[in-house]
Write a protein that binds this ligand. Structure first.
Ligand SMILES: [Ca+2]
Ligand SMILES: [Ca+2]
Ligand SMILES: [Ca+2]
Ligand SMILES: [Ca+2]
Length: 379
């Protein structure tokens, strides 16, 4: 029944009168180079996804349990035709080859790319779809998107009875042609774009309240770094033409404080630092900062500050000014640090600057006070 029983686990649930299946590999995280796309399937290279970096599974849990669903590679379309229409109770689809699964860290942002054309889709419940894209991040927040012929929509999370019900959606003709979808996940939101145009956004969901019907079934919604594209229900069916699947990790801009080190005179008044995003974000980005004492002490050598910078979309640069306190003492140079400590919708890059306060007072400038003491000392 299972195409690759050692590589894929078929999980079946019964909820709201329907049966679910989700495909999940026995996955371990593999580090991926930042900004490099990890390609799981490229139809231009030929063959079905399971001949590349994906695994295929198909199952039917209703009598007589025979699988009529098929996957067929079309050289003309450079795509695989996944067809579950012969029998609605059939469930079939793809997961990622375990050794290819990247770490999906939502705080750093990542994008799932897939090129898809729904040839047809039919469902007997408004809460089910014949093709679904499921992404679960490293810490288990994720999103399951359902593809109808005329709508793409999100599965609700939380607890029953809301769990796995039809949530926010966007009217969209998924059958018109191949569409290059980009599902971006960052922080606690997802955003789906179709051929570069955002069509649907919403909060990430927690699907962990779902429990496997039998304890020996693993829970895919508690599987970190899960990517699945499948008909996962006995209440819907479809024909999906799948041309490409890949993921890009670490897509959020870096936030850097610059320069890395700075020496200024005690008389400078302020130390001004630049805080920059590596590229313009379409999300509002924030980063918190604070000064940290070194040999320079807040309140004595400089004024300790902390706060949060907000970068609205389009803004990439802001400055932070730390007041420097002057005195007339001859003393060593002293230093402190300005640190970025908490970025949202961005990744911390160069996160601190060492600021050295150069003493400006001449050697011996404070000697008169010291010299005076012996004068008043009477043995
Ligand atoms: Ca069947
Ligand atoms: Ca089905
Ligand atoms: Ca001075
Ligand atoms: Ca001084």
């Amino acid at each position: 029944m299972l195409q690759k029983p050692l590589m894929i686990v078929m999980v079946v649930i019964t909820a709201v009168g329907a049966t679910y299946l989700l495909l999940t590999g026995l996955q371990t995280a593999v580090a991926a180079s930042p900004t490099d796309a990890v390609v799981f399937y490229d139809g231009a290279l030929g063959g079905t996804p399971d001949t590349q970096n994906m695994v295929y599974g198909a199952i039917d849990l209703e009598f007589p349990f025979t699988v009529e669903a098929t996957q067929t590679y079309s050289a003309a379309m450079q795509a695989t035709i996944l067809d579950t229409t012969p029998d609605m109770s059939d469930m079939a689809g793809y997961g990622v080859t375990p050794t290819m699964v990247p770490t999906l860290t939502r705080q750093n942002g990542f994008q799932l790319h897939f090129t898809l054309r729904m040839a047809e889709e039919m469902h007997t419940s408004q809460h089910r779809a014949g093709f679904n894209v499921t992404v679960i991040s490293a810490d288990l927040l994720g999103i399951e998107l359902a593809f109808w012929a005329n709508e793409v929509w999100a599965q609700e999370g939380g607890d029953p009875p809301d769990l796995f019900t039809h949530a926010e959606g966007a009217a969209f003709d998924t059958t018109a042609g191949f569409t290059a979808y980009e599902l971006e996940i960052i922080e606690d939101v997802y955003r789906l774009s179709a051929d570069g145009v955002p069509i649907l956004t919403g909060p990430l969901r927690d699907y962990t309240a779902w429990e496997p019907p039998l304890p020996q079934f693993p829970d895919p919604y508690e599987q970190p770094n899960l990517i699945a594209l499948s008909d996962n229900t006995s209440s819907a069916q479809g024909t999906a033409w799948l041309r490409y699947v890949g993921v890009t990790p670490d897509t959020a801009p870096l936030v850097d404080v610059m320069p890395a080190s700075l020496t200024i005179s005690e008389t400078a008044g302020t130390a001004v630092l630049d805080v920059q995003l590596s590229f313009t974000s379409t999300f509002t980005t924030t980063v918190a900062f604070m000064t940290v004492d070194g040999t320079a002490v807040g309140g004595v050598d400089y004024t300790a500050i902390s706060g949060t910078l907000t970068f609205t979309p389009g803004v990439t640069s802001q400055s932070v000014a730390v007041p420097i306190l002057d005195n007339s003492l001859d003393e060593p140079d002293r230093s402190f640090t300005l640190s970025l400590i908490d970025a949202h919708f961005a990744q911390l890059g160069q996160s601190s600057t060492l600021i050295t306060i150069a003493d400006d007072d001449p050697t011996g400038a404070d000697l008169p006070e010291r010299i005076f003491l012996p004068v008043v000392f009477k043995p």
